[in-house]
Ligand binder design. Structure first.
Ligand code: NAD
Length: 382
């Protein structure tokens, strides 16, 4: 079996699918590993480190021509126009594993299927204990939560910790985290380490204990959240009247916060607007919003994806790929997620077996033999 790692094509995508440390176990398992020249450089993994681990450095054309399994951060489907040429390179010999954005770009996934390729999406790893070490969304959300706080701290004209100095006492920054899933909980933990005073809210009431155990205050809102917990630990979408009421009741917390970090997402859907322009205007001058939901429209009405804007004296960051700004560790964790999934798909002899009857395989299998398999995607496509 030949495993190929193409260089990532999307500008700013500095991660790489395999790091040198993850190459040796693959070679030991009987696979050959081809890495496109320069694929890991931006993640701090030079070509010679891959070569030392037993990989062969080749051109992009050679990776696609010789590999059976392509490991990518963004498959052609998730690379937009940057991936178009790669779709043409695919054939029925290929199994492509990576982020495939199947719910956001189902038509490209279909085009890849039309080439006969099998496409496996890391976004669709089921949230079951057995698949936890394959869960790339969680690995990346963890990094995004950490980096969001650093971004806010670097932008805020205040300091995070309380300080008692000879020149006076500095009060701690007030941080409000909306959505306490993987990214939100890491944002709370990171802001806590920097000494901020933190409040947090999530529609899933079960999260209250986790928020408090990290040293933050759970904001109690008079909302009926009985139906807010959806399938697989994700939040379920609520109707607009729920979100209106949430905005009204959350407004006072936003108004006294120096930093708001929003992470509220509904899988495959537009993110709910939880902060209006008026709420932004109510924040102290110089405040900062980091909107981690920017990719799906944002939790703040004024967010512009991949841009930093200033409105009403408040800086609003809309980063869509913070994990790529910590490429070394993001690649290390992602590679571990990928290789664990790959080990699940291979027999003891090292052969790849795509068995749609297996629970994990079925969930992640976007296309196989020209058919759409993943139940979540089939549901969406109708
Ligand atoms: P996510 O990225 O889909 O959403 C982020 C958070 O936003 C969630 O906690 C969600 O409840 C919250 N949210 C949605 N709408 C909101 C609103 N209107 N107001 C406030 N908050 C809102 O979620 P995630 O980070 O991927 O994780 C969600 C949960 O799943 C977590 O509890 C996590 O621990 C769990 N999880 C379990 C596994 C596993 O069992 N293997 C793996 C990953 C995550």
């Amino acid at each position: 079996m030949v495993i190929g790692v193409p260089r990532e094509l999307v500008p700013g995508e500095d991660r790489v699918a395999l790091v040198p440390a993850s190459v040796a176990p693959l070679i030991k398992s009987g696979a050959a590993v081809l890495v496109e020249q320069g694929a890991g450089v931006r993640a701090g993994c030079p070509d010679d480190a891959y070569a030392a681990a037993g990989a062969t450095l080749v051109s992009r054309d050679q990776v696609f021509a010789q590999a059976d399994i392509l490991l990518q951060v963004r498959t052609a489907a998730a690379a937009g126009t940057y991936g178009a040429a790669d779709v043409e390179r695919l054939s029925s010999r290929h199994t492509v594993i990576g982020f495939a954005d199947p719910l956001g770009a189902p038509e490209t996934a279909r085009a890849m299927a039309a080439r006969g390729a099998t496409v496996i999406s890391m976004e669709l790893i089921p949230r079951i204990t057995r698949a936890q070490s394959m869960d790339a969304l969680s690995s990346m959300a963890n990094i995004a939560g950490y980096k969001a706080v650093l971004l806010a701290a670097a932008t805020l004209p205040r300091m995070f910790p309380m300080m008692m100095t000879a020149a006076g006492t500095i009060s701690p920054a007030r941080v409000f985290v909306i959505g306490a899933g993987v990214a939100g909980l890491q944002a709370i933990a990171t802001a806590k380490r920097l000494g901020a005073k933190i409040e947090a809210y999530d529609v899933r009431a079960a999260v209250k204990e986790q928020i408090e155990s990290l040293g933050a205050k759970f904001v109690e809102l008079p909302l009926d959240t009985a139906a807010a917990e959806g399938q697989g630990g994700y939040a379920a979408a609520q109707d607009e009247s729920f979100y209106r009421r949430q905005r009204e009741t959350m407004a006072r917390v936003v108004a006294h916060s120096d930093v708001v970090i929003t992470t509220a997402a509904i899988p495959g859907k537009k993110s709910p607007v939880l902060i209006t322009a008026d709420m932004v205007a109510s924040m102290p001058p110089g405040s900062v919003i980091v909107d981690l939901a920017a990719e799906r429209g944002g939790n703040c009405e004024l967010t512009v994806a991949d841009e930093t804007i200033v409105a009403h004296g408040v800086t609003i960051h809309g980063p869509t790929n913070l994990p790529a700004t910590v490429p070394f560790h993001a690649s290390q964790l992602y590679a571990k997620n990928l290789t664990t999934l790959l080990a699940h798909l291979r027999t003891k002899q090292g052969d790849l077996v795509i068995d749609p009857a297996d629970e994990i395989t079925r969930e992640v299998l976007v296309t196989h033999k020209g058919e759409v398999i993943a139940p979540r995607l089939r549901e969406q496509l109708g």
